[in-house]
Design a protein around this ligand. Structure first.
Ligand code: SF4
Ligand code: SF4
Length: 497
């Protein structure tokens, strides 16, 4: 595939990737690619928006570290892994370009709308962190930059309203759960098919249409218990995050996680009435104070428990939880506790491999394509553990997806804020998934599950689409559900239905 071609040329990292390298570009894509210099000097190559004169881009509160900017040697090895560079072919929409802009901000340039646009376009997928041979911590740079942008940049009223609506809903599991009833009624009524057919919602309210298309088919959900004992001798006491989107839209994933942990000898402490959002969405969107508030609340929710581990089954949440020590480092009341809490955080697959299996795995005759969620693979470096767990299931055949480092376009709320490019990335990932011929796609993030589930029918319904067998489909599941099915000796049809 074209993107593979681009990565096949690591010895020529500065060579520009053709603008249509992924076949993703449409007539509405931004303007022409800038020239191929490794570093673009002067103003960012975006037109149409005047720079704001006045104060330097960044203030003294947690600015992006200048020494991290200096680590970048402008080699360009990160460019072929960057979805926004592949989408738009703009230097300033590449990691190298964004680091250059951050450097300009640190040198005293004001925070122009053009700069903000390039920072906003970053998915925060951290593929560039994995790709960088110099170890540049782009994750730190973009996180601190986003915090400055949210504090210091005056967004348009429309943008402010959209972001306020998103952040008044998504980080609040109780509010999300209140939507379950009306959404289930809507899905059962057949209205969804009418909405799909007419395309009316997309024309009248594109953001709502995006949310509607991402919402999975909802099933019954029961409230999780406060505590679940280990099955057999207890090996560890484990706190568990139920999450916001996970608990509202994928309660079956949480139930499966609890069963697997219990089967592997873990006593699971859930405290559902006490825990709320972990702050991941806020942290990854630059809403620092909000993220800190959620982090303090979660640390408090489990303060009375004596936990060996705190387990997470959503990649984005896990990566944020592991950062609590840094997030609350300047809070004297929480710094130590937050760092201790973060040290106990494990992704489900990470913990299960660390503990080693005791529960018997029964055969699951199914072909599985495993998708690395960016915040698991790139942000936490967890790639081998889920594969090891899946390969240990008898009769399960594991297949790899082409270009596994490329984001599916979900990226927290990026797909809600940027529906068109997100759909292009989602379609590309769905084509790669279908090309494996696997019956089941497995991943460990609710955002990826929703994004790929929405893209598969679009791609599969397009006969002859590149890379798509046309008309084919694939079932989706979380790693926990596959392990649970194997341990409980469930028929594989339960996963494929
Ligand atoms: S971030 Fe790393 S890979 Fe990308 S240009 Fe800089 S040094 Fe090279
Ligand atoms: S985080 Fe992802 S989208 Fe952002 S610069 Fe890095 S590779 Fe590109």
């Amino acid at each position: 595939m074209a993107s593979t071609d681009a990565r096949d040329q690591p010895e020529q990292p500065d060579q520009r990737v053709p603008r249509d390298v992924l076949g993703l570009l449409g007539p509405t894509s931004p303007g022409p690619a800038v020239s191929g210099e490794p570093v673009v000097s002067g103003q960012p190559a975006v037109s149409g928006q005047p720079a704001v004169s006045g104060e330097p881009a960044f203030d003294g509160h947690r600015p992006p570290p200048a020494e991290v900017v200096a680590d970048c040697v402008h080699c360009g090895f990160c460019l072929p892994s960057c979805p926004t560079y592949l989408l738009w072919g703009e230097e300033m929409d590449s990691p190298r370009g964004r680091i250059h802009l951050i450097g300009q901000g640190l040198a005293g340039e004001p925070l122009s709308p053009a700069m903000v646009e390039h920072f906003d376009r970053c998915l925060g997928c951290m593929a560039c962190v994995s790709a960088c041979p110099s170890g540049v911590r782009y994750d730190t740079l973009i996180e601190r930059t986003r915090q400055q942008v949210e504090r210091r940049h005056d967004r348009s009223p429309r943008e402010r309203a959209l972001r306020s609506a998103i952040f008044a809903l998504f980080p609040y599991p109780r509010r999300l759960r209140l939507l379950r009833g009306p959404l289930r009624a809507y899905q059962a009524s057949g209205l969804r098919r009418v909405v799909d057919r007419t395309g009316l919602l997309r024309r009248l309210a594109p953001t709502l249409a995006t949310l509607e298309s991402l919402t999975p088919r909802l099933t019954r959900a029961s409230r999780p218990p406060r505590r679940v004992p280990a099955y057999g001798p207890r090996r560890a006491v484990v706190g568990m995050l139920t999450g916001c989107v996970q608990s509202a839209f994928f309660p079956g994933v949480n139930s499966a996680t609890v069963r697997v942990l219990a089967a592997e000898g873990c006593e699971v402490v859930i405290n559902p009435e006490r825990q709320g959002c972990c702050g991941a969405l806020s942290l990854h969107s630059g809403r620092e104070e909000e993220a800190r508030r959620f982090a303090r609340d979660l640390v408090d929710a489990f303060a009375a428990e004596h936990l060996d581990y705190f387990v997470v089954n959503a990649a984005g949440c896990g990566s944020a939880l592991k950062e609590y020590g840094d997030l609350l480092a300047d809070d004297p009341a929480y710094a130590e506790r937050a760092a201790a809490f973060a040290a106990r955080v494990r992704d489900l697959s990470e913990l299960l491999v660390e503990l080693g299996p005791v529960a018997t795995r029964h055969p699951l005759p199914v072909s599985v394509a495993y998708h690395d969620a960016c915040h698991l693979g790139h942000a936490q470096g967890i790639r081998s553990q889920p594969r090891e767990l899946l390969r240990a299931i008898p009769e399960l055949e594991l297949r790899e997806i082409a270009d596994p480092e490329l984001c599916c376009g979900s990226a927290g709320v990026w797909n809600v804020l940027n529906p068109e490019p997100a759909a292009k990335l989602g379609d590309r990932k769905a084509r790669d998934v279908l090309a494996t011929g696997a019956s089941l796609l497995v991943t460990a993030n609710p955002g990826c599950l929703m994004q790929i589930a929405a893209a598969v029918p679009r791609v599969a319904d397009t006969p002859g689409a590149a890379g798509s067998p046309g008309g084919r489909s694939v079932a989706l599941a979380h790693t926990a559900q596959v392990l649970d099915a194997s341990i409980r000796r469930l028929p594989v049809e339960r996963l494929l239905s």
